[in-house]
Write a protein that binds this ligand. Structure first.
Ligand code: SF4
Ligand SMILES: [Zn+2]
Length: 399
């Protein structure tokens, strides 16, 4: 096999174009200051209160080399283990009662020892157990999941149930590589899920609606397929999230140039309407409202689903009820009965014809290369990389 002109990347999941673009944009990020040690907020759920506790780490390992096209979970300077433990303890001390779920967030992966050293992870788990939540959920990349780490989490947290969230985004390998730059494939996910479930924890799939480079119809079809695949792989739960645009990301850069449009809340409705209702009790919705932004150095706010001001509150309000509802099929019927002109515009966009996906991606890469990556990158990197990009059609879309 001829040697790749871009350093053996042909056979892997690496995307040198999006990686470079993400690094250039991400380099502009102001780091989280050491003074922001943790954040804590609450949401109600069926069984009680979900407490969301974030603590400062240096950030996702993948984001330090570029990262995913839509993600900015912040970066920071290196944090020593004792500081992380103290931050979590301080956050937990603010709880007035044991929460039904403690959602532990970092700026990346809780099981990555480069981000959260082993000693910190163990002490944090012990501190959480003392807070007596009924369940604990944390997020981590699939490649950080090991038998030993999951077994240890389950043992320390018991009797609380352990749930491990994986950022699936899409189960389509082509999309993960050419649209997201996730550096992950379906077999990595399957391997991680087998470990999580085998060790007695619950595997939760985070599936996105609104991935870049896809048409509106493709976005919906991909999310529907990814939910179905995730349950087929053994995930016990799924969280469906509409993409929010965050500053310093590729999708932010694309959105500013008309190359990307955030999906409206109607995209969530369309995905759910095409999903088996028997799965609804195991599907949650998040990010349907713009998220609070605690980072003191970020000027612009996160931008959430693009739904018009006339109907946003009505639709978002019904999605607020989703987490606490036991009658989700009836709730979806109430949402689908809502009408608005913006929904008609979305329906038209979803049905619109487009050029084939590969051509669209290459055209967007051309803009990204010319306007962001600089001279010579097209010839050296983008052209040879796109030359090996196969044709692709999203499952569930018309020929
Ligand atoms: S989506 Fe996950 S893996 Fe990708 S950059 Fe963000 S934290 Fe890292
Ligand atoms: Zn509307």
């Amino acid at each position: 096999m001829p040697k790749s002109p871009i350093g053996g990347m042909y056979e892997s999941s690496v995307n040198p174009v999006l990686e470079l673009a993400a690094r250039i944009l991400g380099d502009e990020r102001p780091p989280v200051p050491p003074s922001l040690r943790f954040t804590l907020d609450f949401e109600s759920e069926v069984w009680g209160t979900l407490a969301r506790l974030w603590f400062r780490t240096r950030g996702c390992r993948h984001t330090h080399r570029g990262g995913c096209a839509m993600c900015d979970y912040w970066i920071s300077s290196e944090v020593n283990p004792s500081e992380m433990i103290a931050s979590v303890r301080e956050g937990l001390s603010k709880l007035e009662a044991p929460p039904s779920t403690l959602l532990l967030n970092t700026s990346g992966s809780f099981l990555d020892s480069w981000e959260v050293p082993d000693v910190a992870r163990r002490e944090i788990l012990k501190a959480i157990r003392e807070a007596r939540p009924a369940a604990v959920t944390f997020e981590t990349r699939a490649d950080t999941v090991t038998e030993d780490k999951v077994a240890e989490c389950v043992a320390i947290l018991s009797p609380a149930r352990t749930a491990v969230e994986l950022g699936v985004e899409s189960t389509d390998d082509w999309i993960l590589r050419f649209c997201v730059n996730k550096r992950m494939r379906g077999h990595d996910l399957r391997h991680a899920v087998n470990i999580i479930v085998g060790r007695g924890a619950i595997a939760v799939a985070n599936v996105l609606v609104g991935l870049p480079f896809l048409s509106a119809g493709e976005q919906v079809a991909d999310s529907v397929g990814s939910i179905s695949d995730s349950f087929g792989m053994g995930f016990g739960h799924c969280v469906l999230l509409p993409v929010n645009t965050k500053q310093f990301t590729i999708i932010n850069w694309m959105e500013e140039r008309g190359l990307y449009a955030r999906p409206p809340l109607w995209a969530l409705v369309d995905v759910l309407c095409r999903t088996d209702p028997s799965l609804f009790p195991r599907i949650d919705i998040a990010w349907h409202r713009p998220q609070p932004d605690y980072h003191p150095s970020y000027v612009s706010r996160y931008r959430g689903p693009e739904t018009c001001a006339l109907c946003f509150e009505r639709v978002a309000g019904l999605f607020d009820e989703w987490r606490g509802s036991r009658e989700r099929e009836a709730l979806l019927n109430r949402i689908t009965s809502l009408r608005c002109e913006c929904r008609e515009r979305w329906d038209e966009a979803r049905r619109a014809a487009h050029t084939d996906l590969r051509t669209r991606v290459i055209q967007a890469y051309k803009r990204i290369t010319d306007e962001l990556l600089g001279d010579g990158v097209w010839d050296r990197v983008t052209a040879p990389f796109t030359a090996m990009m196969p044709e692709h059609r999203i499952r569930g879309t018309a020929q």
